[in-house]
Design a protein around this ligand. Sequence first.
Ligand code: C2E
Ligand code: MG
Ligand code: MG
Ligand code: MG
Length: 283
Amino acid sequence: AKISHNNQKYFFFDSDLSEKVQKKHSLEVMLKNSNFDKEFKLYYQPQYRTSDNKLVGMEALLRWIHPEEGFISPADFIPIAEETGIIFSLGEWVINQAMCQAKAWNQKYNMDLQVGINISPLQIENSDFVNRIRQKIHDEDIKPEWIDIEITEGVAMSSQVSMEEIFSGLANIGISISIDDFGTGYSSLSYIKRFDIDRLKIAKELIDNIAEDKNTLLIVKAIIMMARGMGLKTIAEGVEDSNQLEILKVLECDEIQGYIFGRPVPPEIFELEHIDKTIHSSN
Ligand code: C2E
Ligand code: MG
Ligand code: MG
Ligand code: MG
C-alpha cells in the first residue's frame, strides 16, 4: 500500500485491497447465480471412536465446484453467503442433503452413524430454526440421534437471541449439539454449563501443537477432563499424525477426526473407504 501526503490529508492507495473487493464482488455475483444442485456438493469426513476404532459418524463439508472457476473454498464463500443472505437457502440445502445422506446410509447398512452439520449463526438465530428442524426430522422419518449440529464457540457467546432456548429446543428434539473449534477464540468456559450441549470439538489449532508444546498439551488435557466431568463428549479435529493420535488416546479423547483417518471425500468414496470397511471388519 502506498501512502501519499497532501496538505495534511492522507490518501491510501491499496491495490491489494481493491483487488480483494473486486474478487469478493464477483464471488457474490457467482453465488447469486449459482445452481445449488449442479455446483455444490457435500463431502464427508469420517469420525472414529478412539476406544475401539469404530466409525461413529461424519462431518458434512460443503464444496463449491464452479463450472468455470473450479474449486472454491468454503472459507471464501461462506462469509459471502452470510453477508448476502444466501446462507439461508444454501444452509437449508445443506441440511436437507446431509439428513437424506445419513438416512440412506443408516437404512442401507443398518447403522446409526451421526452426521455433523455446520450451521451459520445467522441460520440458528432465525426464530423458526428449531421448528423447521423438528418438522424435517418428522417428515423425512429421521432418527434425531443421527443428527449433530455444529456451532462455533463465538456464536453462542455473541448472539442476540436466547441461545439457551434454541439449544434446549434442539436438545428436546433429541439431536446432538457440538461446539466447533473449541479452545480458540475468547473462550468462556461458563457457557458450556449454561447450554445443553453434547460434544466439544477440540480445535485443530490446539491439536497441531499437542505433540510439541507442553502448554498446549496441558490445555487439551484440561479440556478433556473438564468435558468428561460435565458429561460431554470430546472429538479432536485435524488429527494428522500418529504422535497426536497416541497422545489423544492416552488422554481418552472420545473421538478422532482428521487426515490420519481420512480427508473429506464425496459420498460414493466415503461409502467405499469407510462404511464398507467398517461392515467387513465387524463381520
Ligand atoms: P470446520 O467446520 O471447523 O471444518 C473442519 C475443516 O478442517 C474442514 O475444512 C476440513 O476439511 C479441515 N480438516 C479436517 N481434518 C483436517 C486435517 O487433518 N488437516 C487439515 N489441514 N485440515 C483438516 P473445510 O472443508 O475447508 O471447511 C472450512 C470451514 O468452512 C469449516 O470449518 C466450516 O466452518 C465452514 N463450512 C464448511 N461447510 C459448511 C457448511 O455446510 N455450512 C457452513 N455454515 N459452514 C461450512
Ligand atoms: Mg465443523
Ligand atoms: Mg472445526
Ligand atoms: Mg444433550
